[in-house]
Write a protein that binds this ligand. Structure first.
Ligand code: F0G
Length: 456
């Protein structure tokens, strides 16, 4: 390990500084664990120049439109195209990019019928290069890791962060170390990390245990952490919201609904919304709501039982393994943006998640279980009257269907809830199941299957 760089992760300042979310202390550099030197709370990135000399909204919109015609690598990236609202690079060529972002905004006509919300959309971040929203943050954070002189990057993960980090590290000529909970992440995600060449450690603990260990590691070894505690990650993930608003011709939706795990993504989307409002890019704020699995509901409980003042950790358990997190690092940032945008925080059951996932699949889109909490949550928010049927709603689908094929297969085969306490409730989902049919290779047998499928 002697050849590793030992320089701090701070980078030469250009247009941004680090600010503590609790004591507002400003600094040019961040320590290895991205915590405030004064009070130990999390840091965020701030752009002091915007106060005196804010970028003009019309000029930004026009520049971003113009860059869509360009063939330069940074303009082809759906993240760096919005670089005016990101930490700047000295030259464009420094970015490690896989043409992330540029994700579609789909209408959801079937889910619109199911929910009774005609203007229902999905922003599908699962169509990023490694299949999840993490790529938008990783292109920025990996780029700054390399610029700060680090050779090693590392993360704790429920699978998607590690897949994304391993890919961007490989593209940028960096080595990567992955810490994942053994037996608790999908094979698809694990195989991505292996394929992209990461040193992959399956630790006998949960995600929270992996993250704890990483925090100790970064203080002992010169590795740059790429979890969403790293504020560069959140800057990249902000572009999801900027691109979404551009796709909606800068008409804000009434609601944006996002899954909550470690709570980096909701924090990033919220930060983008507040910045866009302050810069005059949008005239009003959408309400940003966070949905968690009932078995991993730390933010729900924190807001309900502690009024958002202190974190209530939980022992997390859910088949939506991406959000199987009990001690979310960015809970304060998320609580802040929920308050600012007047969004809600809800929880949904395992059966509700499975149902919503099958319904999104039946749209011809598909997503991973963690993403489906958004549709399940929307149904709840409608029942409560928080969302009105005539409002415009955007669900953020965070991961690709192919990320967790075991869940999908078990659902359709009817095995997902076998011998669990959810088995009786899951019977209601039988009409959504499409199990594979094994037949003799005979024409008659196939015709019979076809006729069977036509029956109501
Ligand atoms: N959806 C998916 C598909 C995820 O992979 C994650 C988080 C989330 C939602 C929640 O986002 O943590 O920003 O609130 N996955 C992390 C990982 C933790 O390690 O891949 P969050």
């Amino acid at each position: 390990m002697t050849s590793l760089s030992t320089s701090a992760p701070g980078v030469r300042q250009a247009n941004f500084r680090f600010r503590c979310i609790a004591c507002a202390d400003l600094s040019d550099n961040a320590s290895q664990n991205f915590r405030c030197a004064q009070c130990r709370d999390l840091l965020e990135i701030t752009y002091p120049g915007w106060k005196q000399n804010p970028p003009a909204a019309d000029e930004l919109k026009s520049a971003w439109r113009q860059r869509r015609l360009s063939q330069s690598a940074t303009d082809l990236s759906g993240v760096w195209r919005f670089r005016d609202l990101l930490p700047v690079l000295e030259t464009d060529t420094h970015a490690i990019t896989l043409r992330e972002g540029n994700t579609p905004l789909y209408e959801l006509p079937r889910c619109a019928c199911i929910t009774g919300v005609p203007r229902l959309f999905a922003k599908h971040q699962g169509l990023n290069p490694t299949g999840s929203f993490k790529d938008a943050g990783m292109t920025v954070a990996a780029t700054f890791a390399r610029r700060a002189g680090f050779r090693w990057v590392a993360c704790a993960s429920t699978g998607n962060t590690s897949a994304s980090m391993a890919a961007y590290a490989a593209r940028g000529g960096l080595r990567s170390l992955v810490l994942v909970p053994e037996g608790k992440i999908s094979w698809s995600k694990l195989s991505q990390a292996l394929d992209y060449g990461a040193v992959t450690c399956q630790l006998r603990t949960d995600f929270d245990g992996c993250l704890r260990l990483l925090q100790e590691l970064v203080l002992r070894a010169p590795v740059y952490q790429l979890n969403s505690i790293n504020p560069f990650r959140l800057e990249g993930q902000k572009t999801l919201a900027i691109e979404l608003l551009e796709q909606l011709d800068w008409q804000p939706p009434d609601h944006i609904i996002v899954p909550g795990g470690n709570l980096g993504n909701s924090s990033a989307i919220g930060k983008a919304l507040l910045e866009m409002r302050d810069l005059g890019l949008i005239s009003r704020l959408p309400k940003l709501s966070v949905i968690q699995a009932e078995g991993a509901n730390a933010l729900v409980r924190t807001l309900r039982e502690a009024a958002g003042k202190r974190l209530i950790s939980v022992h997390a358990e859910t088949r939506a393994t991406a959000i199987r997190i009990g001690n979310p690092a960015s809970w304060k940032k998320a609580a802040h943006v929920l308050e600012e945008t007047e969004g809600a925080c809800e929880q949904v059951t395992e059966v509700e998640i499975a149902q919503a996932k099958a319904e999104i699949g039946a749209e011809g889109i598909g997503c991973e279980p963690a993403s489906a909490v958004t549709l399940a949550g929307l149904k709840k928010l409608l029942k409560q009257g928080f969302v009105k049927p005539n409002e415009t709603v955007v669900l953020v689908l965070t991961g690709n269907l192919l990320k967790d094929p075991d869940f999908t297969m078990e659902f359709h085969r009817g095995d997902l809830f076998k011998d669990t306490r959810d088995e009786p409730a899951s019977a209601a989902l039988n009409n959504l199941r499409r199990p594979p049919i094994v037949l003799d290779a005979k024409l008659e047998a196939v015709i019979q299957a076809l006729e069977q499928a036509e029956k109501p």
